[in-house]
Write a protein that binds this ligand. Structure first.
Ligand SMILES: [Zn+2]
Length: 329
């Protein structure tokens, strides 16, 4: 019964299978012995047959046992090979944080979504109609000078404000609706308080007839600013924007000095934070709206963020300075 030892020492499933053919196959000793049985006298044949059967049974069982053992071994090897060694190197993970601009943006968006405003987006590359003309800024209008525009070769431009999203929305929807449009805008400007790319959140509310008044606008702006900055006074100053009439600039009482006067508020006690007004009838006319009323507002996210997080130089927010950004965790 050497064969049993040989079976037990088979190193692989292939080797075991070769052994099985050799021991039990058609040309094996056992097979030929079975064939030779017919030449034996009956009583001898019976004894020999029983012996052969016992031997065959023993070999078959040994092979099956070894096969199961080898299969299990191969499985374990495969598992070990695919396993990840979690002790291999120290996986240091530090918590990241939202960039202050994203954080301010999210806070603004969240407020207006809670007030049932819809979120709208539009393309960064615009034509003159959406960016200027439909917003009551015809060619040669002096206010176009106020916005140093990046023009592209084909007459398209990088949007200078999020207001074109108002136009896209009004051309595709019927009032009443309340929307905000957050996003990046571009102007040729670079100093302490300006970067060539910055972010705005635009808001627009339109309803039929004379349902929307300046009082509605005042209410939402004061509520938003109180939510964003805390309990500071808010004032509306008459101003001019081409796309609203009447228009107002909105100030909050200086969050740095409490109104006493400081460098941040240029000793006025007030910080300018956004612009707003009732939608100019010419804007409604450009999108084919009749007999509606509405208000619009726009705010610079960088402006609000630098005030809220007290960042002196806006440009520092875009320098990827981790020492600065880590403070916002
Ligand atoms: Zn101040």
């Amino acid at each position: 019964m050497d064969y049993l030892t040989e079976i037990n020492e088979a190193s692989s499933l292939d080797a075991l299978d070769r052994l099985r053919v050799e021991l039990l196959g058609k040309k094996s000793r056992i097979a030929t012995s079975f064939a030779a049985l017919r030449d034996l006298p009956p009583e001898e044949r019976q004894v020999k047959a029983a012996e052969l059967n016992t031997e065959k049974e023993a070999l078959t069982q040994a092979i099956e046992r070894k096969k199961a053992e080898l299969q299990e071994g191969e499985l374990q090897t495969a598992i070990a090979k695919e396993a990840i060694d979690v002790t291999l190197f120290e996986a240091r993970e530090e918590n990241g944080s939202l960039h202050p601009i994203s954080r301010a943006m999210e806070e603004i968006i969240e407020y207006f979504l809670q007030m049932n405003f819809e979120l709208r987006t539009g393309p960064l590359i615009e034509d003159e109609f959406h960016n200027f003309e439909a917003l009551n800024l015809p060619k040669y209008h002096p206010a176009r000078e106020m916005q140093d525009t990046f023009y592209m070769n084909d007459g398209m431009l990088l949007r200078t404000h999020t207001s074109p999203v108002q136009i896209h929305t009004m051309l595709g929807a019927k009032p009443p609706f309340k929307m905000i449009a957050p996003g990046a805008v571009f102007r040729r400007d670079y100093d302490l308080t300006h970067t060539p790319m910055f972010h705005q959140v635009e808001g627009l509310v339109v309803a039929e007839g004379k349902q929307i008044s300046f009082a509605n606008l005042k209410h939402i702006i004061i509520d938003f600013l109180t939510h964003f900055f805390g309990n500071f006074p808010v004032r509306f100053r008459p101003s001019y924007f081409p796309f609203t009439e009447p228009s107002a600039e909105v100030d909050v009482g200086c969050i740095f000095c409490g109104g006493a006067g400081c460098r941040m508020c240029k000793n006025t006690g007030w910080l300018e934070v956004l612009g707003c007004g009732m939608v100019d009838p010419n804007v409604f006319k450009a999108v084919g709206y009749e007999n509606v009323s509405g208000y619009a507002f726009g705010m610079g996210v960088e402006r609000l963020a630098t005030l809220k997080y007290r960042v002196g130089d806006l440009r520092s927010l875009y320098e990827g300075d981790l020492d600065l950004l880590e403070q916002f965790q």
